[in-house]
Design a protein around this ligand. Structure first.
Ligand SMILES: [Zn+2]
Length: 207
């Protein structure tokens, strides 16, 4: 991990990057309407499951619906993608991160999701092991959060927001259980939005 990546990394939980993450002013993607994306196969030993790809797609669709027609997210070849989604191994309790990039001269974003919930500490790891839908909730909400950064949303200090920064503390397991409580089966994830009204309003202000 180079210096540039460290400086721009916007972790969900890592306190070490909290000040930098808060100072970083993210920008909307360089796109009027159509945003291309590509989802890579998970890295070996990353805890990735084949079904995680669907979680990333649902997260993208969730943001697309929130934008009420302002943006359309379209799968593309890797070389044409403005948003790259990667599933990578556990690292220092990080849920995920986003790194701005330039794709064919346009402002894009690369998102890293860490699906090994055992790497997120005993509380979160235990919840995920006891309940497969909780495990998918954690991976899904991480996708929604990091893709929110990719689309230009900054952290907030409001616990109700998907863009809430865990560095502010609070009931982190509760952040996930409130979403999990709305699910009866996995397919419900495609129907239950992960973001707050405030997250949605911010997205619409950017596009
Ligand atoms: Zn974040």
């Amino acid at each position: 991990m180079g210096m540039r990546m460290v400086a721009l990394a916007v972790g969900v939980i890592t306190a070490a990057v909290s000040l930098g993450a808060q100072a970083e002013r993210l920008q909307p993607l360089d796109s009027s309407g159509r945003i291309t994306y590509f989802i890579s196969a998970g890295e070996p030993a990353s805890g990735y499951r084949a079904s995680d790809r669907e979680l990333a797609v649902w997260a993208l669709k969730d943001w697309e619906r929130s934008a009420a027609g302002r943006i359309r997210l379209v799968e593309s070849l890797r070389q044409d993608a403005l948003i790259l989604v990667n599933f990578v191994g556990a690292q220092a309790g990080n849920y995920g991160e986003m790194r701005p990039l330039y794709a064919n001269g346009r402002r894009g974003a690369e998102v890293f999701i860490r699906p090994d919930t055992d790497g997120l500490g005993p509380d979160i790891g235990g919840m995920a092991r006891a309940d497969p839908l909780m495990r998918d909730t954690i991976v899904y909400l991480t996708c929604v959060h990091e893709l929110g950064h990719a689309l230009g949303l900054n952290h907030t200090s409001n616990f109700a927001d998907i863009m809430y920064f865990f560095g502010f503390g609070g009931d982190i397991p509760g952040f996930f259980t409130r979403y999990r409580a709305q699910l009866k089966e996995r397919a419900d994830i495609a129907r239950v939005p992960g973001m707050s009204a405030s997250d949605v309003a911010k997205l619409r202000s950017l596009y």
